[in-house]
Design a protein around this ligand. Sequence first.
Ligand code: SF4
Length: 656
Amino acid sequence: MSTSLWDQLEPLLARVEKPARYIGCEDGAIEPEYTDGVVSWLLTYPDTYEIGLPNQGLQILYEILNERNDAVAERSYAPWTDLEAEMREHNLPLFSVDTHRPARDFDVIAFNLSSELVYTNVLNCIDLAGVPIRAEDRDHTHPIVGAGGHATFNPEPMAAFFDWVGLGDGEEIVGDVTAVVKAWKDSGSTDREEVLREMSKIQGVYVPSMYTPSFEEGVTDTPKLVAMTPRFSDVPEVVEKRTVADLADWPYPKNQLVPLTEVVHDRLSVEVFRGCTRGCRFCQAGMITRPVRERPAEQVRQMIQDGVRRTGYDEVALTSLSTADFSGIVDVVKATIDDEEMGCGDVSVSLPSLRVDAFTVDIAAELQRGRRSGLTFAPEAGTWRMRQVINKLITEEDLYASVEGAFSQGWRRVKLYFLTGLPTETDEDTLGIAELGRKCVEIGRKYTNAASVTVSVGGFVPKPFTPFQWFGQNTIEELNRKIYLLRDEVKKTKGLQMKWHDPKATFVEGMLTRGDRRLGPVIEQVWREGGTFQEWSEHFDVEKWDQAMADAGLPIEFFTYRHREEDEVFPWDHLNAGLHKDFLWHDWRDALNEVGLEDCRWTPCYDCGACTGYGIEHVVASATPPAGGSQGTGQDLARGHEVPVDLLARPSLSTA
Ligand code: SF4
């Protein structure tokens, strides 16, 4: 049992901004019991407390681990730069916020890896913990360092730094990892490779050091990857992701944390389903979380009732990739805002991901009985042609009907999310964004002179395990050209605003998301040069990334802007997200031919591979399919289910 670092930390807190980030003590926090032989986990979110605290994945695992007899779990978040400077000056290591235990004393440090731009923060946290940043330099006295989250579906750029990563749902993985680590600890073994090799046999666990990459030989330019080969015969050639078949078995978090300070999404969150079959071709989250698994509506109601009564929250977010697709949505929303039924007082409901169609108007009407905020829709592209390419099959009529519904019900602000830099995109498609926005303002003005429409534009990043994984990303210059073209058009309409994401950050995200192990030294160099908090516009520095790529002799064109061939071996081909590669390839060809693909709930199965082995029967619904594609925050949902409309507006956004 180690001692708390609180006495050393407390004097430093008076010198830093937002000391409440580091004190813990939230309602719902768990005081862990360190009995003999338990495996201790430090669940770490590699960004600030206010972004990490609401993360549902981390809170779920925190509870599940602490309910076990053989494990305990605490939490940690990346210290902001002011506290980090104090910690380094006073030799204070990374600590948990629950008991302020040194990170180095935990058996396992596990990171939530929701986006690529946090990679340098991961290295910083490992270093602050007093642990060697490279896995090969660690011995049996060091914690076992791992990660989970959507970015682990191509963990290769971070392969040198992680002992293991979890693919897919974590609920069962953490139990299996605990059992293996406990057996290793109990055996008294000092052979670290032994425990890692054992972990590599757990479904959903990938141990990078158990695989050797090979590259093309005799190539003068940058050679391509040709294979990832297991080093031992008992290590799987392909690592399958882990999927929880029935969400009803996992009603977590049961005791959502209530922070003492302001955080993003400061509300009760209840996950209503995982997976999405709408098939938006840009959306990694929709692809890698298949198959769809709904939580029973009665359980959702119970979780809301218990959560509201315990936490005192007066806002509930129903989270998923496309919440309006939840079959119990109307009943759950009605029950929640009907105080007599729920007995929870005046509670409002927010749906972070709304589909764009007439059905949404019904939901908006229900929500209006609670408090209202701005409504957000994500058509993602400005023309029908472009929306067919990306398989976001929303017609203009769908969008206008939804926007009309919102304004007619009394909303005054509407946000529309779009991507630019999509495959086959022309200037006509880009300018179509302004035209959609202009017409939405026109609709709003029928109801109020204060009607305001904001188009928010992000640069498209082709992601692993999507049909667009073969596409060469637009350059920074091309994205800037499109954004300025659009900005000039948007300025012509009063009541229409535009925000956009910095194309330089889009470039770095794109380079990392499809990279291989050769990018490890690049990430390390950027971190050593002080490049942390790269998701934050005030800290993001593209020059550090350019310099590190140049120093490593790696061409940006090869990793970011190059179109891939059909038979290209991807750095993630030895990992299986459940999707057949040939399904993705054919979907890519359909995209180029502007052919949309209906949601498989309304059609025969396309055999994408996701349902295989889960006993999930494919049911062709008898009702008429609702029009419209899944809404959500599109590509940005790849950063996590509950993420964020507001969070997205934080880093690297400019306003015209
Ligand atoms: S396997 Fe068939 S039913 Fe299941 S998600 Fe894929 S296309 Fe849909």
